[in-house]
Write a protein that binds this ligand. Structure first.
Ligand code: FMN
Length: 229
């Protein structure tokens, strides 16, 4: 009878325990949470799960370029992690990002192309803000898989950050591309460590800036990526 009572108490404890807290005592990983993304005017992203994913060495071992994607959307947790890896603020005291930037000038905007629309990443609020409704994924690349990948990221440089610094125009394009490589590789390592796929792409449609309604005298395409599973 004593044993039965102990079992019942244990069962009650297990069924009432927190659903995603994991087991701190045994060190097991938390249960995976997969929240569907509501494609509203703004998408509030969630804080990154710092304990999740593979180790950095395992992610490095897994990293490769993928050119085949299932259409399945990323969960809110996955989307949040990808954006945070690309350009999330990891030091709120000075607003510096997960990726480095030449001269600390951060010229890049991160656009996210979904089937439902184009969004701009607002790192400070860790949210996505819709800039256009509709499926413009084709414009974010030049290969067929960009139209299947649930997410395509496009890094656009704003060269106005270099004003008054005596940096030749040609060099400004290099700096934007160099910054973008860091953002993109952060994403590649994040996806490799979280069961996702991605690829860095230098190819994009020539219509990109006009679709984004950006002045080519100021803005430039730096790099793109497809992300999915
Ligand atoms: C800056 C840059 C631009 C790239 N552009 C493209 C591209 O437009 N399309 C593509 O299919 N792959 C692109 N790649 C991916 C490379 O083809 C790929 O990294 C290379 O073949 C090595 O394969 P791995 O990444 O699987 O190791 C690009 C890679 C980099 C670093």
């Amino acid at each position: 009878m004593k044993e039965l009572l102990a079992l019942a108490v244990a069962a009650l404890f297990v069924s009432c325990g927190p659903r995603s807290a994991g087991n701190a005592a045994s060190g097991t990983a938390p249960e995976e949470v997969r929240t569907p993304v509501e494609m509203a005017e703004t998408i509030a992203l969630v804080k990154p799960e710092l304990k999740g994913g593979l180790t950095i060495n395992e992610a490095l071992q897994n990293r490769r370029s993928w050119r085949e994607y299932a259409p399945e959307a990323l969960s809110l947790e996955e989307l949040s992690g990808v954006l945070w890896a690309a350009a999330g603020i990891n030091r709120p005291e000075n607003d510096h990002l997960t990726a480095p930037s030449a001269l600390g000038l951060y010229p890049l905007r991160v656009y996210a192309f979904f089937a439902e629309g184009i969004y701009l990443y607002d790192a400070k609020a860790h949210r996505l803000v819709r800039v256009k409704k509709g499926d413009f994924r084709k414009v974010s690349g030049a290969q067929p898989f960009v139209e299947t990948a649930p997410l395509n990221l496009v890094y656009v440089g704003d060269r106005s950050v270099y004003e008054g610094r005596n940096i030749p125009e040609e060099h400004q394009y290099y700096l934007c591309g160099q910054d973008a490589a860091g953002y993109a590789e952060n994403v590649n390592l994040y996806t490799a460590g979280h069961g996702l796929r991605s690829i860095t792409r230098g190819s994009v449609s020539p219509e990109l800036l006009s679709v984004l309604e950006l002045d080519p005298a100021r803005y430039c395409f730096a790099l793109a990526q497809s992300v999915g599973r």
